[in-house]
Design a protein around this ligand. Structure first.
Ligand code: P6P
Length: 338
């Protein structure tokens, strides 16, 4: 990674605006507001072990999963940070079944925000990395009215911005608006995100694969054959690959984005649509990885071409280094055509 000059996130966004005179600065302001929420969540995540914020609230989220207090905290912080800036006409969170509307007292904006406030939350209590994921679209229904499902259920190719915040050994915010992928590491001493990863490009081929092998019995045959292929010894094709799996999507995909690698959460005999959510997990991560030169599909079609039909729908996901994703698609399709 090239040595970067002292560039804050705010300044980087403004520099980006200068390249687009038609830009209104709206997207820049909302990205800055998002980074403020990220700083607050990061502070709480980093001291979670010290205050009584660990453990379950005893409530369940919309998917019947036990909600940890930090999930709820992150959800609330993002709503409070983003609902009054005049940027959005609607929001969607993994933690809420329905559309989150902008309070009547606030100005309605021209974007929609979909987010997973704290992905990988089962890792909170064991100090593994967790993350926030966000996806932004321009509304398509007339301005100044509350946003609708039509504004939210757009294909991933329509995203205007996407990003994630990884709360790990350090806190890094990675985002794209379609031209380059940029990483900013939080300097907690003065609370600024500084450019640390300038124009990230994912290696075209890797030696790392990430998947929960505990589900092997339930995988479809094409995937079983692919994983066995990766485990064979062949120097010419850098096999066997190494297996790396944190169980936190943001951590796994971020590592693969920097080092190269393929992350897989497939459909299987128990989960026909896989586990991960299309709108606020797979689409934003796919936007980032594709802009960085990688590939993201459901095994047959590009993730960002999927026409969504519901806010919380799931999709199988194969994402990462382009050649590796193409390879697994071949194994899957070969089995389908048999
Ligand atoms: P499994 C975390 O709960 C999550 O949603 C993703 O962050 C992660 O990639 C996946 O689930 C892990 O699921 O079934 O392997 O534990």
């Amino acid at each position: 990674m090239s040595k970067t000059q002292f560039m804050t996130l705010a300044r980087h966004i403004i520099e980006g605006e200068k390249r687009h005179p038609e830009a209104t600065g709206e997207l820049s302001r909302l990205l800055s507001d998002l980074s403020l929420a990220a700083k607050v969540i990061s502070l709480e995540v980093n001291k979670a072990g010290l205050v009584d914020i660990l453990g379950y609230t005893g409530d369940n989220n919309v998917h019947g999963e036990k909600v940890k207090k930090l999930d709820v905290f992150a959800h609330n912080i993002l709503i409070r940070a983003m609902d009054h800036g005049g940027h959005f006409c609607a929001m969607v969170s993994e933690e809420e079944e329905e559309i989150i509307h902008i309070p009547a007292k606030h100005k309605i904006g021209k974007y929609v925000l979909l987010f997973d406030p704290l992905d990988g939350s089962s890792n909170i209590d064991v100090n593994n990395s967790i993350g926030t994921i966000f996806s932004i679209y321009k509304r398509i229904t007339p301005d100044d009215k509350p946003g609708t499902h039509e504004d939210l259920l757009q294909k991933g190719i329509k995203q205007v911005a996407a990003g994630y915040v990884l709360y790990g050994s350090s806190t890094i915010l990675v985002y794209t608006t379609g031209e380059g992928v940029y990483g900013f590491t939080l300097d907690p001493s003065f609370g600024e995100f500084l450019l640390s990863h300038d124009d990230i490009k994912i290696p075209k081929k890797s030696r790392i694969y990430s998947i929960n092998e505990g589900n092997y019995l339930y995988w479809h045959s094409g995937l079983k054959k692919y994983i066995k292929y990766l485990q064979e010894e062949d120097e010419k094709t850098d096999r066997p690959y190494s297996s790396r799996y944190v169980g936190s999507m943001v951590a796994d995909i971020h590592r693969n984005l920097i080092y190269g690698g393929i992350f897989m959460y497939p459909s299987d005999h128990r989960h026909p649509k896989g586990k991960l959510r299309l709108m606020y997990e797979c689409n934003p991560m796919s936007f980032i990885v594709e802009v960085a030169g990688g590939r993201a599909s459901d095994g047959e079609q590009r993730i960002m071409e999927i026409q969504p039909t519901s806010l919380h729908e799931r999709t199988p996901l194969f994402i990462g280094s382009e050649e590796d994703v193409k390879m697994v698609e071949q194994f899957i399709i070969q089995e389908l055509v048999k």
